[in-house]
Structure formats: structure tokens, C-alpha cells
Design a protein around this ligand. Structure first.
Ligand code: GDP
Ligand code: MG
Length: 441
């Protein structure tokens, strides 16, 4: 696939901004890649459409092809979609004993994941965990959990023959309270397919336990079915997160994207084998790379972007040392500042700038002001940016109006630009100039 892609990309024309045609061509291949990764068709279609709109018109980084640029944009959008708002590994287990309900289809890895998570809670957070098997369908299932419990040193609820899942859940709750456990985990039975009985049983257990977390365990090799499974469980039971198992295999993990896109539920953990330590918290970057299967292209574009940033910074330094400090340079500085957490952070990295950083800080700089200043520069023409001396009253009026600000705001910006230019000229002239030192550093 990668070869096929680079072929397509080579054919794309090289130019400054992504044309609709560039984006379309590249996204056709991206769509195939998503489907091959088992992303469900409607999700893949939707995703591609969203990226199409966002990508058209974006600038292409020097030394990469438009197609490569699109892949990077797709990658970033994937990461964005896959990223939840909270720390995926942080299970809600306040107010002990906190119940955790494990649901999912048969063979998805519920029992294994229950034990893995129990071990994790014990080892990493020093929690006392009680595990209970509610799988009354398969006689061996309860034994399986008990054996894992012994293996990892986590208690399991004693098995009582003939009990139904709700009764077991009640007993687990009581036992967890009396035994002073921090967490109790309920490992439910699964079916090969979703049916009403399975759902009804899980719902009854949920009503008894009132779980703090309900984790849906899904086989990472599952393709199109993942969306149905996740939707059904979430609608009927209500899940707080998804565990994607068997990601040690060949599966590209498209199920993660489908489920996240359709249910909005975060992926919390990833199962990476049969061993009890083979579980990790979900990392969007890693799964995104896997789903897309174009890691080298993404890395290439990132590298090109970094190189260009470094080149630009160096060029700017050289110009500044010569006393040429344009509005574009200032704009670049301001943008860098936004990225690097304010003026102070940036200036403190340049030798000899400490004092100025203080002044700027005292002047009450914050992100909002910086953004407004950038807007002013953006409203200048190329000529004006190169030579702000040509700015007389009418030009000033136009620029300020264009940025939705007052001429006085613009005057402040111009003054700052002048002062910075003067200071840099002085530094450049001083013997063994500070700017030269800065450039070497
Ligand atoms: P359950 O029916 O949902 O309880 O599924 P089990 O926990 O019994 O797991 C079914 C099989 O899948 C077992 O043989 C597990 O060892 C295996 N399994 C579970 N999680 C993983 C995983 O992340 N990777 C691999 N390779 N196998 C797993
Ligand atoms: Mg099981």
C-alpha cells in the first residue's frame, strides 16, 4: 500500500497550497487505507470528508509533496479524534469499594482484562481488589478467573454453584464492603453476538452494582461489527470506556476509530498479549500511526517542518544582527511566543534578552495581546511588512480597521518593533556580538 501511495503522491504537482484536486487524490488512497484497517465504511467516509474540507488550501511544507502533506493532516486529525479529554488510564475508584463492570462479547478478552487491570491497580496504586466472575454460562469461566487471581495475588469471590449473575453481584458488593476492598470488579458473561438476554442480564447487574466504570472489552481484530457492539452496549448499559484487546496481533485497530467516532466513548486501555502485564493505557499517536500505516510519511513531514522552522529562525537571527528586522520577523517571533508559552519563556532562551523579557512582562503581555498584534501585522501588505517606515496615517487607518483595532494599538506595535530593532542592532554591533553568540548557542 505504501508503494502505491508514494506513486500517487509523486504524480501530484508541487505547489504552495493544497489544491482541492491534490487533497482528493491523496484522500482516495487514505480512504482505502482506513478501510483496510477495518474502520467502518460510514466512519471512514465521514472522516475523509472532514479532512477534505480542512486540508484544502493549507500550505504545503517545503520539500514534501502535497500528498505527503495530506497524510500528515490525516494523521493529526486521527490523533485528534482518538484523543479523549481525560487521562485514559485513570480509573474512577474513589469512595471504596468502587465497582468496575466489565462487559463485551464472548472471547473478547473480558476475563483476561479483568485480571490485568486488577493487577495493575494492585501493583501501581496499591489497591486491594476483589474480582468476581458472573459468567454462569460456561462452567470453566469462574475457574479461569480464580486461577488468574491466584497467579497475580488478587482475591476472587468464592464460587457458589447455582447462583445467578445478579445474586453474585450482590454478594460481591457485600463481600467488598465487609472485606475492606478498594475496588471490586465484575467480570460478566458474553455471547457470540449481542442478544436481548445478554443485555438484560448486564443491565440487571449494573442496577445492583451501580458501577463507577463500565468498560467495554472489544477484540481489536473486530472490524465492521465493532460499531454495532459499542453502540448497543452504550445505549443499553452505558459504558465509560473501551478496552481494545489483541493489539499484539496484525489488527490495525480501525475498530478504535469507528467506536470513538460513533459513540464518542474514549478508548482507555490496549491489550497486548495473554500475559498479565500485557496491557497499556491507550496512546492515540500509536494507534493513529497503526490505522493509517504511513508512519514514515508522517515522520518525514514532521522532520521537514522542524527543519524549516530552524532555518527560518536562523535566517531571522542573521537579518536581525545586520539591523534588518521586518514586521514578518516580528510576526514570526510573536507566533513562536504563543507556541512557547509567552514572551518570557522565549526571551529567557536568548542570551542578553532577560531584561527585555522583564519589560515586556511588565507591560502586561499575554496571549490575547499577542494574537491581536499578529492580526495587525496580517492586515499589512507585503511591502508594508518589509518596510514599516512607509506607514502614514491613511495606511495606518486601513491596517487598524482591517484588524478590528485602533490606530493607537498599531502605534504601540510599531513602537515595540522599533525598539526591538534598535536593541538588536546594538547587540549585533557589539564586539563578538551577542546575536552571534546566540546563533552559535
Ligand atoms: P472473555 O470470553 O471475554 O472472558 O475472553 P477471555 O479473557 O477468556 O479471552 C479469550 C482468549 O483471548 C484467551 O485465550 C486470552 O488469553 C486471549 N486474550 C485476551 N486478551 C488478549 C490480548 O490482548 N492479546 C492476545 N494475544 N490474546 C488475548
Ligand atoms: Mg470470560
Amino acid at each position: 500500500l505504501s508503494e502505491r501511495l508514494s506513486g500517487v503522491f509523486d504524480r501530484l504537482t508541487k505547489q504552495g497550497a493544497l489544491s482541492e484536486e491534490d487533497v482528493k487524490t491523496a484522500l482516495r488512497e487514505v480512504r482505502v487505507a482506513l478501510l483496510e484497517a477495518d474502520v467502518s465504511l460510514p466512519v471512514a467516509r465521514d472522516f475523509v470528508k472532514r479532512v477534505q474540507e480542512a486540508a484544502t488550501g493549507q500550505a504545503v511544507t517545503k520539500s514534501v509533496t502535497p500528498g505527503q502533506q495530506v497524510v500528515k493532516i490525516v494523521h493529526d486529525a486521527l490523533v485528534d479524534t482518538l484523543t479523549g479529554d481525560a487521562d485514559p488510564g485513570a480509573l474512577k475508584i474513589d469512595s471504596p469499594p468502587a465497582p468496575i463492570l466489565m462487559v463485551g462479547l464472548q472471547g473478547s478478552g473480558k476475563t483476561t482484562t479483568t485480571a490485568k487491570l486488577a493487577k495493575r491497580l494492585k501493583d501501581r496504586e496499591g489497591k486491594r481488589v476483589l474480582m468476581a466472575s458472573l459468567d454462569t454460562n460456561r462452567p470453566a469461566a469462574m475457574e479461569q478467573l480464580a486461577i488468574l487471581g491466584t497467579q497475580i495475588g488478587v482475591d476472587t469471590l468464592p464460587i457458589v454453584k447455582g447462583e445467578d449473575p445478579v445474586t453474585i453481584a450482590r454478594r460481591a458488593k457485600t463481600q467488598a464492603s465487609l472485606g475492606g476492598y478498594d475496588v471490586y470488579m465484575l467480570d460478566t458473561a458474553g455471547r457470540l453476538h449481542i442478544d436481548q438476554e445478554l443485555i438484560a442480564q448486564a443491565a440487571a447487574v449494573r442496577d445492583v452494582a451501580n458501577p463507577r466504570e463500565t468498560l467495554l472489552v472489544v477484540d481489536g481484530l473486530t472490524g465492521q461489527d465493532a460499531v454495532n457492539v459499542a453502540t448497543e452496549f452504550d445505549d443499553k448499559i452505558g459504558v465509560t470506556g473501551v478496552v481494545l484487546t489483541r493489539m499484539d496481533g496484525d489488527g490495525r485497530g480501525g475498530a478504535a476509530l469507528s467506536m470513538r467516532a460513533v459513540t464518542g466513548k474514549p478508548i482507555r486501555f490496549v491489550g497486548l498479549g495473554e500475559k498479565m502485564d500485557a496491557i497499556e493505557t491507550f496512546e492515540p499517536e500509536r494507534i493513529a500511526g497503526r490505522i493509517l500505516g504511513m508512519g514514515d510519511i508522517v515522520a518525514l513531514v514532521e522532520k521537514a517542518q522542524q527543519t524549516i522552522e530552524a532555518e527560518q529562525a536562523e535566517k531571522m537571527m542573521r537579518r536581525m544582527a545586520k539591523g534588518q528586522f521586518s514586521m514578518n520577523d516580528l510576526k514570526m517571533q510573536l507566533e513562536q511566543m504563543l507556541k512557547m508559552g509567552g514572551m518570557e519563556g522565549m526571551m529567557s532562551m536568548m542570551p542578553g534578552m532577560g531584561k527585555m523579557a522583564k519589560q515586556v512582562e511588565e507591560a502586561g503581555f499575554d496571549d490575547k495581546i499577542i494574537t491581536r498584534q499578529i492580526a495587525l501585522i496580517q492586515s499589512m501588505t507585503k511591502k508594508e511588512r518589509a518596510n514599516p517606515k512607509i506607514l502614514q496615517a491613511s495606511r495606518k487607518k486601513r491596517i487598524a480597521a482591517g484588524a478590528g483595532q485602533e490606530v493607537s494599538d498599531l502605534n504601540k506595535l510599531l513602537k515595540m518593533h522599533r525598539q526591538m530593532g534598535d536593541m538588536m542592532k546594538k547587540m549585533g554591533k557589539s564586539k563578538g556580538g551577542m546575536m552571534k553568540q546566540a546563533m552559535k548557542a
